[in-house]
Design a protein around this ligand. Sequence first.
Ligand SMILES: [Zn+2]
Length: 249
Amino acid sequence: MKQVTVRVYGPLNDFLPPARRQAAFAHAFEGRESVKDLVEGLGIPHPEIDLILVNGEPVAFDYAVQDGNRIAVFPRFESVDIAGVTLVRPPLGALHFVLDGHLGRLARYMRLVGLDATYLADASDDDIAALAAREGRIVLTRDRGLLKLRGVSRGYWIRATMPRQQLVEVLHRFGPMRAPFSRCLRCNAELREVPKASVESRLEPRTREYYQRFHECPRCHRIYWAGSHWQRLTRLVESTTLEARFGVS
Ligand SMILES: [Zn+2]
């Protein structure tokens, strides 16, 4: 039997039972174990981890844990400069997301604030992992098991259960928002502005009368304008942004 000391930092504590949070604890294991498997065995999905130190030195996920190791596990800190040490994975580039089938409302909210959020209603975990790898997308899910799949290299476990709070969480974690009202809420494509004349025949008479600027989705051809939902959506975007930035609602 081998024994190590583990200390977990920041929001990664959410994955631990209360007695193990915010403090070092002892963990015993047998045989040969990679640090990735050991840490995932404690409940922490590897895509949430940015850096692992063993006895103060950065290690890769495949490091074979030794008896007596002191293991420190750090989350992704977008705003903290940890350049200069070897991270367990490359840094995030442009942000693209794929959401599992239970996060449809969050996907629409994310599109509303301009984030690239693909949502797969009926896909299997393997399909989601494959799409994430193929298109370089970050997996967002409430299912920790999905994040532990080997094929998932970038992902985040959504803590909140209410869609609006989930959006606050995403902005807080990955912020800031891109371009609000720039994506189709139905299919995630980027909208393009179109001349009124090109969509006029498809408008209701009152819309045709009162509005001049229109955007169209190039994929599903839904038309958008600053109409009835606009103010409500604007308030949602503004309050969510404030909350993500300052923790107020
Ligand atoms: Zn569309």
